[in-house]
Design a protein around this ligand. Structure first.
Ligand code: NIG
Ligand code: FE
Length: 416
């Protein structure tokens, strides 16, 4: 790390070509406000005590005390630290062998039905131990940071037994992530005879009391071969009563009614939506549930993209996330997701930025302090290797992230 990570708790980034951030303070943003990005040219950002103290034109920079660490922002632009509100980053092992099988024609569903897929990661995660999991997540966390992610959510769901589910949640929390309990991700082998209803009983009776102490939200995979709507309703209702916020994996392959259930239960989000049709779009748009779009997953599996443009035009609040996991989206890069949003989902760079900052922070109940470069917000900032911030989405898979500031300190990058 460089000398810029010195003792001073004041950090000044000056002479930036641009600072781009969502306007205003409200969240989530939808409709026309999803496009309201304020851009300040020739700008500075001053951080103090881990928070943004001021942002403005460098020409208006006030006199500052001597103990300020400075970053020369010439040639760079700044956006808020990216917020990844949907990942499965706490996993052991990989699925590169399955990836090769898929490249040769096997489908994700076929691999899952044959006992591979999610269950293959469950085997690796169960045998990793809590320390092994922490090491794996630390490695993944570094990849995410290098891609500009300063706040992340990560789900359990690769334990599917009491000890490993709880270990995953603890590891996510210890790494500074937002833990989501995805106990209802798949049916573990020891329940294959007894079935999903009994597994849901087990989750509610044996795991929820402790999971609700560590997790902030619960999630369920509503899909053929995973959990149906009545099972999901039972699981989520118990989780809600235990104080957890609710999320759903819905409409990934099949429209089974996940959006209706999300609205019925007042969920924070319903995520995936690749199979969502006109009724689902209308229902989501007239609700407070955020639609979390995961285009890297659709790309990685060669599946249809979610109807993002229709959702936004109908007035839905949408967020973007990676879905980072070893099987359906081995991709930690939100800049790549923003590129997919603009090239595949019909969103503008402004909509992509707001969806991966403010609206993603809202899904994690942190929009009051994350997702904007504004006084009082956490000093989480990404400096892009470009004078125009829209390179975030434009430079497809390029080295667009120059420096990442987290809590007012350089967390990743080079130039001081
Ligand atoms: O969001 N669809 C369910 N769960 C994950 C994939 C998990 C895996 O394949 O390991 C998803 O795509
Ligand atoms: Fe997912």
């Amino acid at each position: 790390m460089t000398s810029a990570e010195a003792a001073s708790d004041r950090l000044l980034i000056r002479d930036l070509a641009q600072v781009a951030t969502a306007d205003g303070r409200s969240a989530p943003l939808r409709g026309a406000s999803l496009r309201e990005v304020a851009v300040i040219e020739n700008a500075y950002v001053l951080c103090e005590g881990g928070h943004i103290a001021a942002v403005g034109a460098t020409a208006d920079l006030p006199a500052l005390p001597a103990d300020v660490t400075e970053i020369d922002g010439r040639g760079l632009s700044a956006i808020p630290g990216l917020v990844d509100c949907h990942t499965h980053a706490c996993f052991a092992g990989d699925r590169v062998g399955e990836f090769a099988l898929r490249a040769a024609g096997a489908t994700y569903e076929e691999l899952h039905a044959a006992g591979g897929g999610i269950l293959s990661t469950v085997r690796a995660t169960r045998s990793a131990g809590e320390q092994g999991l922490a090491a794996a997540l630390a490695r993944h966390r570094q990849w995410m940071l290098a891609s500009g992610t300063t706040a992340f959510e990560a789900k359990s769901g690769y334990g599917l037994d009491r000890e490993t589910e709880l270990a995953q949640l603890r590891v996510v929390r210890a790494a500074g992530g937002v833990p989501t309990w995805l106990g209802a991700h798949a049916l573990p082998p020891e329940f294959s005879e007894r079935g999903a209803d009994e597994y849901v009983d087990f989750l509610i009776q044996e795991v929820l009391p402790d999971a609700s102490e560590v997790a902030e939200a619960a999630d369920v995979f509503v899909e053929r071969g995973a959990f149906d709507v009545p099972q999901a309703r039972r699981y989520l209702t118990a989780c809600l009563q235990a104080g957890l916020a609710l999320r759903l994996h819905g409409d990934q392959f099949t429209e089974l009614g996940a959006i209706d259930l999300a609205v019925e239960l007042g969920a924070r989000s319903v995520d995936h939506l690749e199979a969502t049709g006109a009724n689902g779009i209308a229902t989501l748009a007239s609700s407070d549930v955020v639609g979390v779009l995961l285009p890297a997953s659709a790309l990685f599996l060669g599946r249809p993209m979610p109807p993002a443009r229709a959702l936004v035009d109908a007035g839905a609040a949408v967020a973007l996330a990676t879905d980072f996991n070893p099987g359906s989206a081995f991709c930690e890069s939100l800049p790549l997701v923003c590129a997919l949003a603009c090239t595949q989902l019909g969103l503008s760079p402004e909509e992509a930025l707001v969806a991966s900052t403010v609206n993603a922070a809202h899904v994690l109940a942190r929009a009051d302090r994350k997702g904007r470069i504004a006084p009082g917000f956490d000093a989480d900032i990404v400096l892009l290797e470009a004078e125009d911030w829209r390179y975030l989405a434009y430079h497809l898979a390029g080295p667009v992230v120059h420096t990442v500031v987290e809590g007012g300190r350089i967390a990743w990058g080079s130039r001081a």
